[in-house]
Design a protein around this ligand. Structure first.
Ligand code: AMP
Length: 219
């Protein structure tokens, strides 16, 4: 399976991506997670990316395109992959198309667009907590960990992402509208777009996701 997940910040695509990637045994390539790890480790990439991320802005196209090119040419992506958070601009989408051509790789099968009304996005982001070690995502009300503030998988203390602060969320939403939403049309024109109504529980959205992904999957 080769899929792209699209959606506004807080739509729940990371949560769904973690589940689908495990079920399909394919790597979840999350540019946000890769960048956060680089920031945590203080690498040159992390130092370059941090100021954009903290401000809610996108990291420059050439930086993320380089990350994805390196990932997709690694052997673990040979059987498929799930792109979570990339592409985020038309320039990235065009570079990605070119990357597939240059490497003779098979194309994307589905671009899943997760859709949720704006007020619900705000609720989801303000309650979101994430494990800084294994990246598992929780929500204080709708998906709490068994022990408050502690990751069920690895026991690390959960954190509120710095870019989930309300001022930064407002910038991220605007950036999404201006720079990422045009990709909905980009992929619709190519016949790849599948919409998923994501204003429901994690379980229900996952069922809808499977129905969409499986309905159009070549046998
Ligand atoms: P995410 O975890 O997908 O919400 O990403 C967190 C932050 O990482 C974003 O707000 C951006 O600053 C940066 N980022 C992640 N993916 C990309 C991308 N494809 N292009 C540019 N910046 C990105």
């Amino acid at each position: 399976m080769r899929v792209i997940f699209l959606g506004a910040p807080g739509v729940g695509k990371g949560t769904q991506a973690q589940r689908l990637a495990v079920q399909e045994a394919i790597p979840q390539v999350s540019t946000g997670a890769i960048l956060r790890e680089a920031v945590q480790q203080g690498t040159p990439l992390g130092r370059e990316a941090q100021r954009f991320m903290d401000a809610g802005q996108l990291v420059p196209d050439e930086v993320v395109i380089g990350i994805v090119r390196e990932k997709l040419t690694s052997p673990d992506c040979a059987r498929g992959y799930l792109l979570d958070g990339f592409p985020r601009t038309v320039v990235q989408a065009e570079a990605f198309d070119q990357m597939l051509k240059d490497t003779g790789s098979p194309g994307i099968e589905h671009v899943i667009s997760f859709e949720v009304p704006a007020p619900e996005l705000v609720r989801r982001l303000s309650g979101r907590r994430q494990c800084p070690t294994c990246q598992t995502i929780y929500h204080v009300d709708s998906a709490p960990p068994t022990r408050a503030g502690q990751c069920d998988r690895c026991g690390s203390a959960l954190v509120l992402r710095t870019d989930d602060a309300p001022e930064t969320v407002a910038v991220r939403r605007q950036v999404y509208e201006e720079q990422t939403r045009p990709l909905v049309e980009y992929y619709q024109k190519r016949g790849l777009l599948r919409r998923v109504d994501a204003a429901a529980s994690i379980e229900q959205v996952y069922e809808r996701l499977l129905a969409v992904a499986c309905a159009v999957r070549p046998s």
